[in-house]
Write a new protein. Structure first.
Length: 320
């Protein structure tokens, strides 16, 4: 998509390498308005970059993950889930000092309520990043959550720079949450990172948290002006905006029976990354990503692995 693959000496080994948070989501078993109303929870493997790697692998792609977890049963659970999906986990480091990060979150058809009990993920150091994995990826994917605290921030920045030097495409999910940043502004970090980023995908909630409003085209212009190559903005449940310096394009999202929106953005990312790796244009990759996200929101958990990508691409190219 970006032309970087044509500059490679060897084909990439992985469609995506995720770098950043790997954590346990504790999702309420009932649809409730807030955590105060939740009484029971289901344990689900989470963390934005880890989920993207998981979804890519489940859909038949090649994925690896780099991050830090505790040395506890939750860490074992996370590594088992990634391995079961087919994700390469040699880049995961265990912390003897910090427990695995936990995030209680409501099952919801709208924006979920959540809390973050930050643990081992933020303690990944630059020395613990496997650059052999980073430089053999088609895409390096990370998140603003992972850039919120040092030493993980420095580790992710080191991975981004290594990826850029190797001609790897770089994608960023700007999942900014003020509580995670502890009052620090993300703007300077975004200014450092976005010039390396080929695609950034905010939601309207991300726009509101970052800019104080949720005008999608203004948000896209802000991110493009800050250096991003392209912006894909999921504007609620009805539309997606693709913005480049040359063109702004809107894509309609057909009505969907929503069961749980948790992980919808991660599913969208997986579809976008796989489709670009399969040679689709960015426009058709957005259409494929919409299809994957619509499948995800009709269920709790990750996307199913039995998608026939070639059949879906054929329908997209036929205008179906």
């Amino acid at each position: 998509m970006t032309g970087k693959d044509s500059n490679r000496v060897r084909p990439p080994l992985y469609d995506v390498v995720g770098v950043g948070e790997c954590l346990v989501d504790l999702i309420s078993t009932e649809t409730v308005p807030s955590l105060a109303s939740a009484s029971q929870f289901q344990r689900v493997a989470g963390g934005q970059p880890a989920n993207v790697a998981n979804n890519v692998a489940r859909m038949g792609g090649r994925a690896a993950f780099i991050g830090k977890v505790g040395n506890d049963p939750f860490a074992e659970f996370l590594c088992d889930r990634l391995t079961d999906a087919g994700v390469e986990t040699s880049g995961i480091v265990n912390s003897e000092l910090h427990p695995t990060t936990l995030v209680p979150v409501t099952k919801s058809a709208a924006t979920p309520d959540f809390l973050v009990y930050r643990g081992a993920d933020r303690w990944l150091t630059p020395e613990e990043v496997d650059h052999g994995l980073v430089t053999t990826a088609r895409w390096l994917h990370t998140s603003l959550f992972a850039l919120s605290k040092d030493p993980q921030r420095s580790a992710v920045l080191a991975a981004i720079r290594a990826a850029a030097e190797a001609g790897v495409n770089i994608s960023l999910d700007p999942n900014y949450h003020p509580g995670v940043w502890g009052g620090e502004s993300p703007v300077p970090v975004l200014g450092t990172v976005l010039p390396f980023v080929d695609v950034v995908k905010p939601s309207l909630d991300d726009c509101r948290r970052l800019l104080g409003h949720s005008d999608p085209e203004d948000c896209a212009r802000y991110l493009l002006d800050a250096g991003a190559g392209a912006v894909v903005l999921t504007a609620g449940s009805a539309a997606v905006l693709l913005a480049t310096r040359d063109k702004f394009s809107w894509f309609e999202v057909p009505p969907t029976n929503v069961v749980d929106v948790t992980g919808a953005g991660d599913a969208f990312w997986a579809g976008l990354i796989l489709a670009t790796g399969d040679g689709c244009s960015l426009e058709d990759s957005v259409r494929f990503a919409i299809h994957v996200a619509r499948i995800k929101v009709q269920r709790t958990g990750h996307v199913p692995g039995e998608l026939d990508r070639s059949e879906i691409y054929a329908r997209i190219r036929a205008g179906a």
